[in-house]
Ligand binder design. Structure first.
Ligand code: ZN
Length: 205
């Protein structure tokens, strides 16, 4: 199973980090070892002083596909969930400035929170077009997003990524984070919601 993450897919988040609005999707991978075990706390790594939460809608790939055509893209995913793309922002800033790959900042153990609740696409009235989600830190809303605000929609992401790599059953696509990313500290609790449904609750240690 691979985890494909999209960067800068919400205009308000791209600008909060001083990045240009992309003209094509930007993606990177996390290994399966990055998945935070269910009901486990997230332990802040000792090699970073600035780990940020990024709440993201997740898409589950339901069929093997390569070079998928736009009109068929919707057939390759069947469920939506919610997760966090934990990012060591200080490390990322350093490797970005050197033009190095992002893995150290993005692919470390526990950096991928994936809710176990997968909601079938059919359960959303408008499909994946209009899904509201949010992240609360210690009970206060810190990030809010709407799937319609993605720069590249899910179908476009599937088409684009599958040009370069085969998508397989069970792969997970992180679709990018809206504005409001920020640091997390020991003792925090991060809880994510799709509409009013709690999708995960992660204590930070
Ligand atoms: Zn992200």
């Amino acid at each position: 199973m691979k985890i494909i993450c999209i960067g800068r897919n919400y205009a308000d988040h791209a600008s909060e980090l001083g990045n240009a609005i992309p003209v094509e999707p930007l993606f990177f991978l996390k290994p399966d070892s990055a998945v935070l075990a269910h009901r486990h706390p997230f332990y802040l790594p000792d090699w970073s002083d600035d780990v940020h939460y990024e709440v993201e809608l997740l898409v589950r790939i339901s069929k093997l596909g390569k070079s998928i055509a736009p009109e068929f893209a919707h057939r390759y995913y069947d469920a939506i969930s919610l997760g966090i793309d934990f990012t060591a922002r200080d490390v990322q800033a350093e490797i970005k400035s050197k033009g190095h790959p992002w893995e150290k900042a993005k692919a470390f153990d526990g950096s991928a929170v994936i809710s176990r609740d997968w909601l079938p696409i059919d359960s959303f009235k408008e499909g994946a077009q209009n899904i509201g989600f949010r992240l609360e830190r210690n009970g206060h809303v810190v990030q809010e997003g709407q799937s319609q605000d993605m720069i590249f929609g899910i179908d476009q992401l599937i088409v684009y990524v599958s040009k370069f790599m085969t998508l397989k059953l069970g792969d997970v696509l992180f679709t990018g984070t809206p504005a409001g990313v920020g640091p997390t500290h020991p003792g925090d609790t991060l809880e994510g919601f799709i509409a009013d449904r709690s999708m995960f609750r992660v204590p930070v240690r």
